[in-house]
Design a binder for this molecule. Structure first.
Ligand SMILES: Cc1cc2nc3c(=O)[nH]c(=O)nc-3n(C[C@H](O)[C@H](O)[C@H](O)COP(=O)(O)O)c2cc1C
Ligand code: SF4
Length: 458
């Protein structure tokens, strides 16, 4: 099994007072900024990040160096760091913001220097009010120590960074919703393509949006060098990852491993297994939008590529583990209620389709399901998918619905047939992987094989 690592979390676990800049500096903090600003060119830094193979940690796993390379050189440019972290099951950015805020700030300074940015924002989930206060204090300390402001460390580089609190809307984590919110508008996401934030972003200017953990990873890459960083993990998924284990596990928490660790190892070895040694029913492997895996699908490494191949995604690394006592119908209703509540309402397929699916799921749970409901739900998924302004409509709108219904067809069917909420014995509740198929490349695009439907009673 992969061994635990502590590239991102070492100092954090050893010292609870890292928000104090003097403690952070005593542990080697801000040395990377000093080294980078005094001895590297912006191009050197971009090349180093490209060479590291870093994939963004905000959910989509987009290559950070490539994103930076797409940034138009039209001044001014802006950096927006995404600390909205509202995806259910995800809590790793909070750990970094709370436990090692200066590392995130260091990553932001390095990123801004690399991309010739003089103004950046750190957008944080509104409920993180203590963290936001602490971050404000940290940024003041950083400026007082000469790492922010005018002519940083005598290099001629100027930079201001500002914290910004959200107001509790999940859609503000979507990068263009975040930009709208920062501009003071209702956070309706923008249509992409044609224009991505790297071309037209905040105030109409080129903007890089990166996740909080991505910033911490940038600092690590520039400290240790891309070659050493690449030795961690695999060619597909380089560097350390933070996995948030929650739900039915004995030891919930954030664990740092490289991505070669399997989902089974994370559940049973790292998080201690399931309380009462009950059986596993399923695991959502990367925040609520990530398609669920049945117990027959967990011997897969937590790499972005390997997860994509089986129709799910690494996402935020936040894993929700569900044991045999869980009703998958109820779990899906829960996920769907979240999506219903958080849809911003801008586009019709999501605004109308997501609540419609939620209503159907509720009636199935209440024993009022109709024989045509599962087909109807799958059809609504088709009508929503790819027809919305932003990715929300499909994830978390469609992917959990389609994946759970296809994989756990027998349990949904039993609820409709028996007109009550049924929790089947776990081994009977889901289909075998050869009874459905994943149609790449979009996650969650699963189809039932007709013989499976027949075997499960139509
Ligand atoms: C509905 C929705 C919610 C999102 N929420 C977050 C979030 O809370 N934090 C985050 O970093 N990215 C979130 N994202 C992804 C961002 O749009 C963006 O891809 C990410 O911040 C880019 O950072 P990265 O390249 O460093 O991964 C969300 C995307 C969608 C569609
Ligand atoms: S898909 Fe949903 S969340 Fe995204 S813009 Fe449309 S209504 Fe808003």
């Amino acid at each position: 099994m992969a061994a635990p690592i502590s590239v991102l979390t070492k100092e954090l676990r050893e010292n609870p007072r890292l928000a104090d800049i003097d403690v952070y500096i005593a542990q080697g903090g801000y040395k990377t900024v000093e080294k980078v600003l005094k001895s590297m060119t912006p191009e050197d830094i971009v090349n180093e990040v490209k060479n590291s193979g870093l994939k963004g940690r905000g959910g989509a796993g987009f290559a950070t160096g490539m994103k930076w390379g797409l940034c138009a050189e039209r001044f001014p440019l802006y950096l927006c760091v995404n600390g909205d972290e509202s995806e259910p099951g995800s809590f790793k950015d909070r750990l970094l913001l709370e436990g090692n805020p200066h590392r995130v700030i260091e990553g932001m300074i390095i990123t801004c220097f690399a991309l010739k940015i003089n103004l950046g924002y750190l957008y944080m989930r509104g409920e993180f009010f203590q963290i936001i206060d602490q971050m404000e204090a940290c940024l003041k300390q950083t400026k007082a120590h000469g790492f922010l402001g005018k002519d940083i460390l005598g290099t001629g580089f100027d930079l201001e960074l500002y914290p910004q609190a959200g107001a509790g809307a999940y859609i503000c984590g979507e990068e263009t919703g975040l930009i709208e919110s920062l501009e003071g508008n209702r956070p309706y996401p923008r249509l992409k393509p044609p224009f991505f934030p790297a071309a037209i972003g905040l105030w109409g200017q080129p903007t890089i949006v990166n996740n909080v953990e991505t910033m911490a990873q940038v600092e690590r890459i520039l400290d240790m060098g891309a070659e050493a960083y690449k030795q961690i993990g695999s060619a597909d998924s380089t560097g350390p990852r933070l996995f948030g284990m929650c739900g039915h596990v004995k030891k919930p928490g954030i664990y740092e491993y490289d991505s070669t660790v399997t989902i089974r190892e994370l559940i049973y070895d790292v998080a201690g297994g399931i309380p009462g040694d009950r059986k596993l029913k399923g695991v959502i492997p990367g925040g609520i939008s990530a398609p669920i895996l049945t117990p027959l699908e967990i011997d897969v490494p937590a790499e972005f590529g390997a997860m994509g191949k089986i129709g799910t995604m690494g996402g935020t690394g936040g894993m929700i583990v569900m044991d045999e006592t869980t009703s998958i119908v109820d779990a899906l209703l829960n996920a769907s209620s979240f999506a219903r509540h958080e849809s911003c309402g801008q586009c019709t397929p999501c605004r109308e389709g997501v609540p419609w699916m939620n209503d159907i799921l509720r009636r199935i749970k209440e024993g009022k399901g109709r024989s045509e409901d599962l087909e109807l739900l799958l059809d609504i998924c088709v009508q929503i998918h790819g027809r919305t302004v932003c990715v929300f409509g499909q994830a978390p709108g469609v992917w959990p619905v389609r994946t759970m219904i296809v994989k756990y067809w027998p349990e949904f069917k039993a609820c409709i047939d028996q007109k009550r909420l049924v929790v089947l014995p776990v081994d009977e509740s889901y289909l075998k992987p050869d009874q459905y198929e994943f149609v790449p490349p979009v996650p969650g695009n699963f189809r039932l094989k007709p013989e499976a439907v027949a075997a499960a009673g139509g």
